[in-house]
Design a protein around this ligand. Sequence first.
Ligand SMILES: [Fe+2]
Length: 450
Amino acid sequence: MTAPTYLDGNFAPVATELTATDLEVTGAVPPGLAGRYIRTGPNPFAAQADTYHWFVGDGMVHGVDLHGGQARWYRNRWVRSPEASAHLEESPVPHEDGGWYPGSGNTNVFAHAGRILAVTEGSLPYELTGDLDTVATRNFGGPLPGGINAHPKFDPNTGEMHVMSYGFDNPAMRYHVIDPSGDLASTVDIDLPAPVMLHDMGLTATRVVLFDLPVLFDLELALQGVSLPFRWRPDNGARVGLLPRGGTASDVLWIDVEPCFVYHPLNAFDAGDRVIIDLVVHDHAFAEGREPLSERPRLERWTIDPKARKVLTETIDDRGTEFPRGDERLTGRRHRYGYTIGLPSVGALGALGDDPRTAVRKHDLVGGTTVEVDLGPGRIASEMVFVPDDGSAGEDDGWLMGYVYDAARGASDLVIIDAHDFGRPVATVHLPVRVPQGFHGNWIPDSALA
Ligand SMILES: [Fe+2]
């Protein structure tokens, strides 16, 4: 099939904001869950098919509130960027200083220091209320000239938020630590030979994993007005860096890898001197046709050996995968399990093509096994997040939760499956509308907002 325009099928935006309280549920919502699942994604107001790119659509958050075994509401709300406020004929929300641009909040939504934050890389996050209304942008006290990336790592032991940002001249990369009360505590500026796109990072108990991979900002494309002016440039080489936590830019040890692109690590941890990081690897990105995803991204384990200055790469699953998640109580610590979405093609994400289908996979990285649940024809998963059972000790003792588009119904479900007894459906909350294919989200328990 041809590449999607990102405006067809379930990539298409929805036209209205809705609050629905009478939600039909198949199964039983786990009674201990008290909070809301929120996921963000692009939902453009007025996209032109010949110029639109999925990564740049106006951000819309979709949330389901779960309390006492009940699905109390579904809401979808545009994040009130200046453009969104103008489209909706509302006064703009307050903006603090920082970021390259106002951003749209379309890439990730998470909680830190009692606040719910929705962010697009390069911009400041937008604070949301528990009912998904936009309050203001936040700069953590600043300065954050490049905003933040959309994939912070939360150290479960310290309560810190670690996050990268990047820019188009030096310092091309910045590493920030936000303290547990939500104030910017430190920044390390890192110069690079060329300005690269940087999506995510790795964090262990002692080190930060940096990616200098060959998707380069392209001035020629920028001057043509291309909305994402990046180009695959394997001639620039590819490196991973290890930065000791608390270190400076001169402490970064760079090690060459084969040219590839990484959007999303699953987790990283120390193994003696070495760092092990599990991640989804694309052969390329923004190459021919400037398609951001390669044909069959694979789950790999990289063992980074700073003494030998080598990276050992091992394939865990080569069947086409993205959206890796795990138990974030183990961020930076050795994990056993990881969860991914089986992704046969980009078009399948939008339920395009003859037999679009997706699977949810559980990888046992100690046992070396993978099990998967095929969601069935025309049922298209988004990212599935791991939600631990309250007070549980086991790494896989909890649920996976995420939106699944059902093409037959023309609407989406919030699907909750058992992560331990893997694949057992616990509850399916039937939403009255589609949730367009989007990016990342999180379960935000009431305790995160206390
Ligand atoms: Fe991402």
